[in-house]
Design a binder for this molecule. Structure first.
Ligand SMILES: NC(=O)c1ccc[n+]([C@@H]2O[C@H](COP(=O)([O-])OP(=O)(O)OC[C@H]3O[C@@H](n4cnc5c(N)ncnc54)[C@H](O)[C@@H]3O)[C@@H](O)[C@H]2O)c1
Ligand SMILES: [Fe+2]
Length: 378
């Protein structure tokens, strides 16, 4: 038996924010990040639309990038004080992820963070509130997924929390929000979407429900990312990228990912390489490797009319000012010495990452090390 889980309602396209007017309830807590959503007027708009629905709202802001356990605990306390029947998360993956776990602690105040780390340990939710997710980046697809990534600051560990209970009830995919992203965030988050779609498509858990979503997402990213990067106010390109992110999210939330994410997670952890940038660099090398054990890439090449998807990805990276190797990146400098010093440990850790489990073929830690070497030296 298999199961495919997505939010109950997905509102998309320009003015999708108006869906907030249709909610039925009394009180909402709006969870958001630093300053961008407020600065661009989206928090005021959210409060106004909720007001039209007769819903009183409280804003919990200041969720930091890579949200911490402490922030989640604080947010849950604010929810217990205000007693909302809706949680509205608006912002990047960080704000959405934090709000998911706040909802859990709001409903189950007796739980500690450690209680919900094991997969399947989270109790059922929705006894007090329902959950709306409004993403402002076209990347993580947290508005769809059963995942939340929370950082334990004391132990310096990022924990992925996995539970079908944190899949939002309502996702609002309005391109006005990601249209405010600066170009480099558009490029990095957009290539993260490409990685989600291609890895879900090649996943050994891929199925007839996930494949059409993943294929369409790959096509939309190929056709729109360069325009979204170079002409950020092109709303058609923004809309297509935002939908691609959500489609890819529906696929990977249900069939998981692969080695690109395993290796990106660990080189991100060692050197602070931005997630989407790491994915973009790794993808061509890993596809070359994976082609030995799956014909899924041939299938997507036929669908898109491409000769070599890895070469197309290299060409796309060049258009987005993304280099071919980790040696050449500028956001952090990774010296050859520093890279080689951690290579064995990083390779073993990437091999042990849960995303490796659904990669096609039977990769080994030695294979992972060789891929890292190629992605560093070219
Ligand atoms: N839940 C999941 O399925 C999932 C999947 C992958 C990653 N994650 C997690 O998501 C987080 C990353 O999320 P993210 O990439 O969306 O970034 P983010 O939420 O961390 O935001 C990054 C920065 O971009 C700003 N920003 C966001 N939207 C903007 C906009 N429209 N205009 C201008 N600035 C904007 C934010 O204020 C912030 O400073 C990480 O914590 C990661 O671990 C979650
Ligand atoms: Fe990702």
């Amino acid at each position: 038996m298999n199961m495919f889980k997505i939010p109950e309602s997905i509102y998309f396209g320009e003015n999708a924010m108006e869906a907030l007017k249709t909610l039925q309830g009394k009180k909402a807590v709006i969870v958001t990040g630093g300053s961008s959503m407020k600065k661009f007027g989206f928090i005021a708009q959210t409060q106004q639309l909720l007001g039209e629905a007769g819903i009183d709202s409280l804003v919990f802001d200041g969720v930091e990038p890579n949200p911490s356990v402490q922030t989640v605990v604080k947010g849950a306390q604010a929810m217990r004080d205000f007693e909302p029947d809706w949680i509205i998360a608006i912002g990047g993956g960080s704000a959405l992820d934090a709000a998911k776990i706040m909802l859990c602690f709001y409903e189950h105040p007796q739980l500690d963070f450690a209680d919900i780390i094991p997969v399947g340990s989270m109790p059922a939710l929705r006894t007090k509130a329902k959950f709306v997710a409004i993403p402002s980046t076209s990347g993580t697809a947290s508005e769809i997924t059963a995942f939340s990534v929370i950082t334990d600051l004391e132990n310096h560990i990022k924990y992925p929390i996995v539970s079908a209970h944190i899949v939002p009830d309502v996702a609002i995919i309005d391109p006005a929000l990601p249209a405010k992203m600066p170009p480099h965030i558009t490029a990095n988050t957009g290539m993260d979407v490409m990685a989600h779609a291609l890895e879900a498509f090649a996943s050994i858990a891929a199925n007839d429900y996930s494949d059409p979503l993943a294929m369409r997402a790959v096509k939309l990213v190929f056709e729109n990312i360069e325009t979204a990067y170079k002409h950020g106010d092109d709303m058609a390109a923004r809309d297509n990228m935002h939908n691609a992110s959500t489609l890819a999210g529906m696929a990977f939330s249900n069939v998981s990912l692969g080695l690109v994410h395993s290796l990106a997670h660990k080189i991100g952890g060692e050197f602070g390489v931005t997630h989407g940038l790491a994915n973009a660099i790794l993808m061509p090398y890993i596809i070359e490797y994976n082609k030995q054990s799956t014909d899924k890439y041939a299938e997507i090449e036929r669908y898109l009319g491409l000769e070599s998807i890895e070469n197309e990805l290299r060409a796309l990276n060049a258009k987005l000012d993304i280099p071919l190797t980790f040696k050449e990146i500028t956001e952090v400098e990774i010296s050859e010495e520093a890279f080689l010093a951690v290579l064995d440990r990083m390779s073993q850790n990437a091999f042990d990452d849960p995303c490796t489990l659904t990669n096609p073929g039977t990769p080994t830690a030695a294979d992972v090390k060789e891929i890292y070497r190629r992605a560093y030296f070219g």
